[in-house]
Unconditional design. Sequence first.
Length: 541
Amino acid sequence: MKKLYYFIVLLTGAFVIQSCNTPPSASPEAIAAFESVIPKPVSATHTGNAFLITDKTTVIADPSAMEVGNYLVNLLRPATGFNLPLSESKDEASSGAIVLSIIDNKSLGDEGYELAVTTEQVTISANKPAGLFYGVQTLRQILPAAIEQSAVQTATWEIATGTITDHPEYTWRGSMLDVARHFFSVADVKRYIDLISLYKMNVLHLHLSDDQGWRIEIKSWPNLATHGGSTQVGGGAGGYYTQEQYAGIVAYAQARFITIVPEIDMPGHINSALASYGELNGGITIVPAEGRIDLSPKTSVIDGKSKPTQLYTGTEVGFSTLQLKKEATFKFVDDVIRELSALTPGPYIHIGGDEASVTKKEEYIVFINRFNEIVKSHGKRMIGWDEIAQGTIDSTVTVQLWHSEEFGQLAVEKGSRLVMSPAKKVYLDMQYDSATRLGLHWAAYIEVADSYNWDPATLIDGVAKENIVGIEAPLWSETIVTMDDIEYMIFPRLPGIAEIGWTTTANRSWEEYKVRLAKHAPRWKVMGIDYYPSTQVPWAK
Ligand code: ACM
């Protein structure tokens, strides 16, 4: 009997020791999350066990990565309810820690990272804080979706062990938000930034002016915002960002490694400025308030009346133009670009340049060349829509391709590089199909597979990978009024476009991608994202 007792004690002891030493196995869910990262990493290998974030977990960051460390703990604290103390890496033990480490590994580039998960520790290594930030986005995606909750959850915060090595294919991975047709609040723009940063996008292009509204305070021309910003499509109240609010948006984006590219659309799409200052008016005399305009040449080319136009709340394009014959127009452009440049830490100013149908071609070219000189004089680089390829452009100018293969090719011949935004593929305001409750379809109906299944480097003859800076998905807002509308049009297409920008074409396939995409829906639900439940995607029931 005693023998049996000792035997049982021994066996129990052995079992306890054994279970202390046996690392936890990763659950099928944790492995599925590890395999479902979007954009797809260069390589990802899991090893079957799990690291658990607990109330003992700490976060240790390189001194130059404390900002990313703060971002990480702020991401993890609400749902876990853990303290997750953050400290600068010195020599303290790192077992049980999430470590953010700056290293020197040329193959990772400026934005790449390596994520190594063992049962003891999670280490994200990168050459630059940007890479650590993208490693954090991957870490976030391989945690349970409940990590996105804003209140404490009871969950096992499990991460499958393994290694992910990753770096992007293109340096420009962006989206554009049109805040001119309908105005969106600072809070909405910040949410937009958060949504695109989950998928490692690094550019937010803000379309800050159009016929219907001027959305940024310019102190030397105050009516632009106060009058030009006072309405929107459909005649609502509109709005504008004060320079202080705008600086807040820029800083919020910077903390997420997103460059804001501000656009003032000129010399067309400019009615809101012409309504604010008559001396800028290059010819429109009539813009009836209800938003219907007379596009006949007689009214559109009348010159020199210097009368302010009426505010415009319709959705026609191509009827307005800046006055070229007066030097005051270039004083206006210089003042606007000067104030905007001072608010812009990034290198680019977008001058629009699209659909200037009532600007004479020779005048248009003069405009573009002078805009370029003005942008350069304020220490910035010009980017514009593909029509600007008609100007005297070179390698210092970036061209955003949206509709014309010919202008894309012309830009490349002149030595410029392209941001690829082909309307038929990535215009996020295009309807998914004829039943979509929002959006337009002048370019195409764009289902989820259509927006994913293409390669920027083979889309246009004569435009190769080395001619392309990256890819950008615009969301125009003629029909987009609320944040819910925004989300419905960008999800689920935007993650796939982010993947085109990040992942090599050889490493992408729709059949494999759609399965990963489906796995993101629970996260979107937790985040309150209203998305289009495309029948092309095998969502979980
Ligand atoms: C554009 O869609 N007009 C650039």
